[in-house]
Design a protein around this ligand. Sequence first.
Ligand code: S3P
Length: 168
Amino acid sequence: MNKENIVLIGFMGSGKSTLGRWISKEHGYEFIDTDDYIVEQEKRSINDIFASDGEEYFRNLETDAVRHLSQDERKLVVSVGGGLPMREENRRILKSLGRVVYLSTDVDELVRRLNKDTTRPLLSGGDIREKITSLMEKREAIYREAADIVVDTTGKGFRQIYDEIVKF
Ligand code: S3P
């Protein structure tokens, strides 16, 4: 594992990309977001990929993306899509990529942040709180299993979260 790399995992809306961008700017890492990488490769939005080719196709693109990243020798901070750690193979690759940090965020906060979102196909239609709660129930234990460090982000700024990661 490249000890310098930081891999951010967590639910949609947990702030992985925003924190990743901040760490990259402040601390000289290359920033990569797997969703952005996939959108760039496919030249279409995640909504379009899900609508035309389905979730499984998207999940295969995620595995391709992390395989590709594991060949990258730069000092990286990587934020990954919320569902990516659900595949065992992906969890293995993430561990080899760097220190895996689970950004844990409570459901009330996620509902506030994702309420008006239209970019995430898994949350479209129906009751947002129900969707988040039921997905979180399936995912929480896997996020914890995938992580080397768990950081509760509630009420914390970027600097404090980063300090907790590097102190570990
Ligand atoms: C997903 C999370 C999204 C994106 C896709 C599916 C998920 O990424 O990969 O909509 O299954 O949780 P973010 O976590 O960056 O929103």
